[in-house]
Design a protein around this ligand. Sequence first.
Ligand code: FM0
Length: 322
Amino acid sequence: MTKWTRAHTNIALIKYWGKENEQLIIPKNNSLSLTLDAFYTDTQVDFDDSLSEDLLILDGVEQDTASLKKVQRVLNEVRRQAGIESKARVESINHVPTAAGLASSASGLAALAGAASYAAGLSLNKEELSKLARIGSGSACRSIFGGFAEWVKGTDHDSSFAVPVDDAKWDIGMLFIVVNDAKKEVSSREGMKRTVETSPFYEGWLQSLDADLSAIKEAIKGKSVEKVGEIAERNALKMHATTLGANPPFTYWTSESMKAMDAVRELRKRGFTAYFTMDAGPNVKVICRQSELEQIKYYLLTSFSESQLIEAKPGPGLYLLD
Ligand code: FM0
């Protein structure tokens, strides 16, 4: 039994940054994200007794064993739950418009959780799918849901999963500014670990999170793009500040990222509702009104090229394709 399964990527507005339990991927804090329509992964899985090893084919190219690691954590859990031992062929296609650097482990591992559990004949509910995606990559647990989702940190495998917060069917959108001056990155996994272990700012980050979370949930309830953006921007800046205190210190920002952040501040001066967030890489994501996406893009075209600007709207949760 095999079926293509689709999951969309999500961008955190309140960031997941640090693990309480690295093996199970239990986070230090709750996080909250918006699932988007613009980037997604389609995956199908086939458990096949004739295979001697698990296989991962990504965009038509067979991957090495290192890239199989996260995938196998999910496959092994599915095999355990289904009581099977067969190896699996995993085929995945990332739908990422234009420029590089946006392939996401969130959509990939969420799609895998759906496809692998289906192929093994398990019928998991969303909570169970979220836990399964989580053990592949933390942020993936939120991509099971469309719109806004909160990953409730929990304390063990069974209590750590995402829950839906709001369907986001209102005037909110995101515009990606894809920064081209890519450099060798510290992975999010390595970056958060180093920060937890060595940054004296990490405690301050953790202490301010409850306030950010309850404020953003209020703002979402009130459908206020302004408040959501303001809280998300501040939260992202705090997260990125922790990396400067790490040993050795690091940052995901490049001069192009800073140029993009300045452009967002300029948009605000011009009367637009526009705020930014950033993750474990140099790209900048603008939080704005869907109804102002076009005008904001038009303004940004004075500093960035067409291919660097990608519009996104709220997207759906995990689903099987017919
Ligand atoms: O998405 O080690 O999920 O909340 O994107 O696989 O659990 O790749 F900016 C950072 C995502 C982290 C914030 O980390 O890590 C967020 C981040 P894993 P992920």
